[in-house]
Design a protein around this ligand. Structure first.
Ligand SMILES: [Zn+2]
Length: 207
């Protein structure tokens, strides 16, 4: 009698969720699948062997990725990081100085609404300012991770303009230290931060 042996990989789903699919160019559902090799006898898997073929598959385009792809943020998360980062930056800036200046607060709120959070107002600003500084720094770090170097400089200059809204000549030492901390959170060097501070102060002085 002839016995037909073979090898086959059987997959099962270990997790499901939403991830950013590079092929589709957007957030899609995924199945995280793990495989195990089997010895088949007459095409029936009988003897389990090693685990193999762990992968994440897009349920839309069926593209398979290594499971590391789940470490990348989804588009929705990246989108949310923008207003969250701007909120955190303006809060730190106002806490360092200008929180009691209507002009500085108005400017701060405009920056958050400009970053996409239309309903941002004084009440939300006050609530944000009660958050611990380290939580704000985490939001700034996540935001900075998405920005190109020129965009970091642009956002930092905007923060400096909040500080200058009430006292247009120069930053106080406390404000300067906060600008440097924000720059560090965004992933900028101290030299880059000092350059942006200098240029923004000069422009404010001439206006
Ligand atoms: Zn896809």
């Amino acid at each position: 009698m002839l016995i037909i042996f073979g090898l086959r990989v059987i997959y099962h789903t270990v997790a499901q969720g939403v991830f950013y699919c590079r092929k589709c160019g957007g957030d899609r559902n995924y199945r995280h699948r793990a495989g195990r090799r089997f010895v088949t006898v007459f095409f029936i898997p009988l003897v389990p062997l090693n685990k193999t073929g762990d992968h994440v598959q897009c349920t839309t385009c069926k593209t398979r990725y290594v499971a590391d792809v789940l470490n990348a943020p989804t588009a929705a998360k990246m989108q949310a990081a923008i207003p969250a980062g701007v909120r955190a930056m303006v809060c730190l800036m106002l806490t360092a100085g200008g929180a009691d200046s209507p002009a500085a607060r108005r400017r701060a709120i405009e920056m958050v609404t400009g970053a996409g959070e239309q309903a941002y107002d004084e009440d939300k600003l006050l609530a944000d300012m009660a958050l611990p500084a380290n939580a704000l720094m985490v939001a700034i770090g996540q935001f900075g991770g998405q920005l190109r170097p020129e965009a970091k400089e642009w956002h930092l200059a905007e923060m400096i303009r909040i500080a200058l809204a009430d006292a247009p000549r120069a930053l106080t030492p406390g404000e300067r230290a906060t600008v440097e901390a924000i720059a560090g959170g965004l992933g900028m060097t101290k030299a880059q931060a000092l350059g942006v501070i200098q240029l923004t102060e000069q422009a404010a002085d001439q206006s």
